[in-house]
Write a protein that binds this ligand. Structure first.
Ligand SMILES: Cc1ncc(C[n+]2csc(CCOP(=O)(O)OP(=O)(O)O)c2C)c(N)n1
Length: 373
């Protein structure tokens, strides 16, 4: 299916606004709406729940439904506004969902997608939202049939979800997302990992940051938060609070930090002394194709300062980074480091061979072993 065709079908429903969080399954479509003049107003949202909020506001102010796109993992973020705002039993807001189907039954996928993949259709059954699953075999006439049905459903003020399997979209030339930053994220991670001592624990965020951490040697000390985008910093906080003799390094992404920005306010207010929160900021969702976040240019370090973090660094040049590395093991207070990195990664990054459960077990064993030393 061509991305253009899907956008056209959406427009023909009278929809004028698209909002969501990018996803790798929807990459071609996300590239199209990010880089071409589609005639649709597009907002990348901080998280999928916020996208449902935007779409609700659009409907309330224009009487026209909006379209919310997301990876199926984002259904988790969207459930609350769907059940408590959008539902016919509350404000009855018509809405079209476009959902990337990671972990669809029968497809080999990463561990974090297995469970949500298995229950995605059941989630929509449970939410009482009609849906269709489509894949690359979809014909234009079948798509037209589905959209005729969607038109009816939306005009009856209901919601509909189009669940899209991997490789459904025709490939497009890669959109060129760049920023002006020079530091390479994998290099930055490898240098940080060289500084890690046996007293350090590392918690890394969802996506390629964790894959780049996995490429380093000290894996037993690392908890790779392979799913649950945006939650790594709170996991790091929970560990730091309960491991007073350790230093916890959180390797976060800007998109992830933005997804649950309240975490900064919470952590900053706790005055905890053994947490170093590093935000690898490329202004992008690099892991799923490099699309911009909801707020490129957002000032993460300044925000962390206002939130109460004690030590604040903004690193952009190689010199600044080298200076930081020289002092890295003397950082003694609640620290926030924003490192501006290029919007790039290599294609041949490894994926963890061990299961997610094995990662949790070896991480816990490492903590236990250290605690009894
Ligand atoms: C709730 C949720 N929504 C969307 C995704 C898909 N996803 C995985 S990684 C990622 C990008 C993360 O961006 P960022 O934290 O800035 O890190 P970067 O990839 O740029 O290093 C996205 C959108 C997801 N895993 N979970």
């Amino acid at each position: 299916m061509k991305s253009e065709l899907l956008a056209l079908c959406i427009k023909q429903l009278g929809i004028e606004v698209l909002t969501g969080v990018p996803d790798s399954t929807l990459k071609e479509f996300c590239d199209y709406i990010n880089s071409e003049d589609t005639g649709l107003t597009h907002y990348t949202a901080p998280n999928e729940g916020s996208a449902v909020g935007i779409a609700t506001g659009v409907y309330l102010s224009t009487g026209k439904p909006a379209c919310v796109y997301m990876q199926n993992s984002g259904i988790g973020n969207a459930v609350n506004p769907i059940t408590s705002i959008v539902s016919p039993e509350v404000y009855n807001i018509p809405m079209l969902f476009i959902v990337g189907y990671r972990g669809s039954p029968g497809l080999k996928d990463e561990p974090q997608h297995k469970f949500m993949g298995r229950i995605t259709e059941k989630m929509f059954d449970c939410l009482e939202i009609e849906y269709e699953v489509i894949d690359s075999s979809i014909s234009e006439s079948k798509l037209k049939e589905i959209f005729d049905k969607i038109k009816n459903i939306l005009s009856n003020k209901k919601q509909f979800s189009l669940i899209i399997k991997k490789d459904t979209f025709e490939k497009r030339a890669n959109a060129a997302y760049t920023n002006s930053y020079k530091l390479n994220r994998e290099y930055v991670i490898s240098e940080i990992m060289k500084k890690i001592t046996e007293k350090d624990l590392v918690v890394s965020t969802t996506g390629k940051i964790s894959r780049e951490v996995y490429e380093q040697n000290n894996r037993n000390q690392c908890f790779l938060t392979v799913g649950g985008m945006g939650h790594a910093s709170m996991i790091a906080f929970g560990i730091a609070e309960n491991s007073p003799n350790k230093r916890v390094i959180c390797l976060d992404g800007d998109g992830a930090a933005l997804m649950h920005l309240g975490n900064l306010a919470f952590i900053g207010s706790r005055g905890i002394g053994n947490l170093v929160h590093i935000c690898l900021n490329n202004d992008a969702h690099e892991s799923v194709g490099g699309m911009p976040t909801a707020a490129p240019n957002f000032k993460y370090a300044e925000t962390a300062k206002v939130c109460g973090y004690s030590n604040i660094f903004v690193i952009q040049t190689a010199d600044e980074f080298n200076n930081l590395m020289n002092d890295f093991n003397n950082l003694g207070k609640l620290t926030f480091i924003e490192i501006k990195v290029a919007n790039e990664s290599r294609d041949d990054l490894a994926r963890p061979k061990e299961s997610a459960l094995d990662n949790a077990i070896s991480f816990m064993n490492y903590i236990n072993k250290e605690q009894t030393k």
